[in-house]
Design a protein around this ligand. Structure first.
Ligand SMILES: Cc1cc2nc3c(=O)[nH]c(=O)nc-3n(C[C@H](O)[C@H](O)[C@H](O)COP(=O)(O)OP(=O)(O)OC[C@H]3O[C@@H](n4cnc5c(N)ncnc54)[C@H](O)[C@@H]3O)c2cc1C
Length: 498
């Protein structure tokens, strides 16, 4: 039977981050994900690399400081899929007084240490500038910066890095059980396609099952969970672009929640999110008509033209696996993470580490802390390293994105300039692997529409574990958003096993 140092359950961002870090420290790692990688919460975020301005109101200073420091690290190691975004907060005196917002932004500017992003400031809201798309009655506001991430690609790139360091990665493989026997875990894995079961052994087990963390402990491992999760659904809608500027808006709602309105995929605006408590059975969350109405209404309080449910082009929902700190209000439940170590009853037993909560933004730091907890079982393992090595495609050799794009445009002059930009945003310098030898559009193979060509499709299949049209069109890329129903069906047909 194969023996691993660490077996990880769950291929969301936290499992992927732990797998990458551990593999790079010389551990023999296996990761099993029951569906496609990033198919659950980690592709359903608002996609902000942020400290979380609103968390300051809940005194989450540790989380905000760690997340802001991480923002700097992540902007450096993945400049293709993470970039700065300027946010505008229109001022409404009766919801939060200006002195309170100024104080919060001052803290936000400083609590995370040194930042390369511009500092916050007061701004005039004009239709051609910071007030683009807003009603003229909003005249003043505040501007601050955070980061934007392609969340599903962040997962896949961490996994590719883990694989490059020797990790074994198993998508569409469910962990159906694990038993501890002395210093080993015996882990049962089931292949989703064939139903075939097999067992492996691991010296450490990491439960990064997100919304399923507690049920994996109780049902698959038959143990008592040391913590509880609060499952809180959050939904987003995508509508045609609301304004032509590059700004994102953070909009206050009378219920004291905030709603984000973010430029998305060039032609669209992303609006979210909601906070709806759900039960464990909500494994395939869907947006409801009430949530759509809530989001449209919240944004229309501010937008010059009302946003209506009829405009919604796409929506997605995810379940936040929050650590249950006993808060009544779902918006107030802590967004910080807790790592629960179960070292077994007897000495020298194999440990189980379970991840409760967490943000996309803090995944790398969470992985470091997870390995710190497991350090007694990893004698001789390497030191923290993930802050200093770019994710696949993210080593621009000292250039910024624009310089890299110029270089690609010069080397591939016959290829569409805008398409090249989109390809580089997905793959960074690895775009060369897709383009190798392509002189003209015809060399890229079939054009499926929505900026997807045969060559990239094949690449996603061969190097990024994509199998279904859902994997390709809505996770590895967002090409689905730019396609007609017939074009999406063509991709699905192309991926059917012959
Ligand atoms: C609406 C919303 C907005 C958000 N916005 C942001 C944001 O803007 N910025 C930010 O930093 N964070 C944000 N977050 C939080 C962030 O998305 C999550 O904290 C993070 O994605 C959780 O990752 P995870 O790996 O723990 O869980 P998941 O991504 O859910 O991964 C867990 C995986 O485990 C797998 N699994 C479960 N059981 C088994 C089993 N038995 N065998 C094998 N695999 C199994 C699941 O299939 C799943 O893929 C948001 C979350 C939501 C819901």
């Amino acid at each position: 039977m194969d023996l691993y140092d660490i077996a990880v359950i769950g291929g969301g961002i936290n499992g992927a981050g732990i797998a990458r870090d551990a593999a790079g420290r010389g551990q023999k790692v296996l990761l099993a994900e029951q569906n496609d990688f990033a198919s659950a919460t980690s592709s359903a975020a608002t996609k902000l690399i942020h400290g979380g301005l609103r968390y300051l109101e809940y005194y989450e200073f540790r989380l905000v400081a760690e997340a802001l420091a991480e923002r700097e690290v992540l902007l450096k190691i993945a400049p293709h899929i993470i970039w700065p975004l300027e946010f505008v907060l229109p001022h409404e005196q009766h919801l939060r007084p200006a002195w309170m917002i100024r104080m919060g932004l001052f803290l936000y500017d400083h609590i995370g240490g040194r930042s390369t992003l511009p500092k916050s400031r007061g701004v005039k809201l004009t239709p051609e500038g910071h007030g683009a798309g807003l009603k003229p009655e909003f005249r003043r506001g505040f501007s601050y910066s955070d980061g934007w991430v392609d969340d599903a690609r962040l997962v896949v790139l961490n996994l590719r890095a883990a694989q490059n360091k020797g990790a074994t990665l198993l998508p569409r493989t469910r962990c159906t059980g694990a038993t501890r026997s002395g210093d080993r875990w015996r882990v049962r894995l089931c292949d989703a396609a064939s139903g075939a079961e097999r067992e492996i052994e691991a010296r450490m087990l990491v439960n990064a099952a997100g919304p399923w963390v507690k049920s994996v402990i109780e049902r698959e491992l038959k143990l008592t969970s040391p913590g509880k999760v609060r499952l809180v659904k959050g939904s987003h809608i995508v509508v045609p672009r609301v304004h032509e500027q590059r700004y994102a808006y953070i909009l206050q709602n009378p219920d004291r929640r905030v709603i984000f309105m973010v430029p998305y995929e060039r032609n669209f605006t992303l609006i979210g999110t909601t906070d709806i408590p759900v039960g464990e059975e909500e494994t395939q969350p869907r947006i409801t008509a009430d949530e759509i109405a809530y989001l449209c209404q919240a944004v229309s309080r501010y937008s010059a033209r009302p946003i209506t449910p009829a405009e919604v082009m796409w929506s997605y929902s995810g379940v936040r696996p929050l650590y249950d700190d006993g808060s009544e209000d779902p918006s107030a439940v802590t967004r910080d993470y807790h790592l629960m170590l179960d070292a077994g009853a007897a000495e020298a037993e194999a440990p189980l580490l379970s991840v409760f909560g967490g943000k996309i933004t803090t995944y790398r730091k969470l992985a470091e802390h997870a390995l710190e907890k497991l350090a007694p079982w990893m004698p001789g393992a390497g030191r923290p390293w993930t802050h200093a090595e770019a994710l696949p495609g993210g080593d621009f050799g000292g250039r910024d994105f624009q310089a890299l794009l110029q270089d690609f445009r010069a080397r591939y002059p016959a290829l569409d300039r805008h398409w090249l930009a989109r390809l580089l945003r997905r793959h960074g310098v690895l775009a060369d692997e897709i383009l190798a030898g392509a002189a003209t559009e015809a060399d890229l193979g079939e054009n499926f529409g929505g900026s997807l060509y045969e060559r990239e499709l094949r690449y996603l299949f061969e190097h990024e574990w994509a199998r279904s049209s859902e994997d390709v069109l809505w996770r590895r890329t967002k090409c689905g958003l730019h396609m007609s129903e017939a074009q999406r069906a063509r991709v699905a047909a192309r991926l059917q096993p012959s």
